[in-house]
Design a protein around this ligand. Structure first.
Ligand code: ADP
Length: 211
């Protein structure tokens, strides 16, 4: 029988972060379709993993087809989509993982709700879970010209309803922690801008640079 198990009545997030050697938090990318969220999220996830950190990306591919496959794109369904993603992100972040969420998340109120879920998760007198809003900012015309999946074309032709930027609103962040203009910066520079901010805020430690 194992004898080296120490049982605690509760395990705080602080202890979990300490034992895992990294801080859990959520990087929330928001922006138009084709703004570059998935591209930057993937490059950032890869970079953080290369630094030896635990990082995980939540995006349409692993959430919309599973947990949220019962949801469409009406305003009500988009609200519920973001609520569930925010709850999942909070749990991953609570487990000392860096979450990179990559969803259009067009409504300010939904993003605020996601932030509050994190910031109010301060049980056991733990600190709130950091929530970093990153605005992936490109003009609609650039996104529409990129159109890697041909979605804008279909939306213009009336084949997709409730399409953000065309027939559904996108409410820009008023005060994002980080803004990346993917039509002006390379993917690498976008990742560098985000990680520089994380180092400056002490969310990544300088020793993690070396790996
Ligand atoms: P989203 O996830 O926001 O819908 P994607 O990442 O799927 O956007 O698509 C963005 C498109 O823009 C891709 O074809 C990508 O190659 C291109 N792109 C060009 N420059 C950049 C950049 N600096 N950052 C991210 N994507 C870029």
């Amino acid at each position: 029988m194992a004898t080296n198990i120490t049982w605690h009545p509760s395990l705080s997030r602080h202890e979990r972060n300490h034992l895992r050697g990294q801080r859990g938090f959520t990087i929330w990318l928001t922006g138009l379709s084709a703004s570059g969220k998935s591209t930057v999220a993937t490059a950032l996830e890869q970079h953080l993993l290369h630094l030896g950190l635990s990082a995980y990306r939540l995006d349409g591919d692993n959430v919309r087809f599973g947990l949220n496959k019962d949801l469409g794109f009406s305003e009500k369904d988009r609200n519920e989509n973001i609520r569930r993603i925010a709850e999942v992100a909070k749990l991953f972040a609570d487990s000392a993982t860096i979450v990179i969420s990559s969803f259009i998340s067009p409504y300010r109120a939904d993003r605020q709700m996601a932030r509050e879920l994190h910031e109010q998760a301060n049980t056991n007198s733990d600190d709130p879970i950091p929530f970093i809003e990153v605005f992936v900012d490109v003009p609609l015309a650039v996104a529409e010209q990129r159109d890697p999946k041909g979605l804008y074309k279909k939306a213009r032709a009336g084949e997709i309803k409730d399409f953000t930027g065309i027939t559904a609103p996108y409410e820009e962040p008023l005060d994002p922690q980080i803004r990346i203009r993917t039509h002006e910066l390379s993917v690498e520079d976008c990742v560098a801008k985000i990680t520089a901010w994380l180092y400056a805020q002490g969310l990544l430690s300088p020793t993690q640079k070396a790996i």
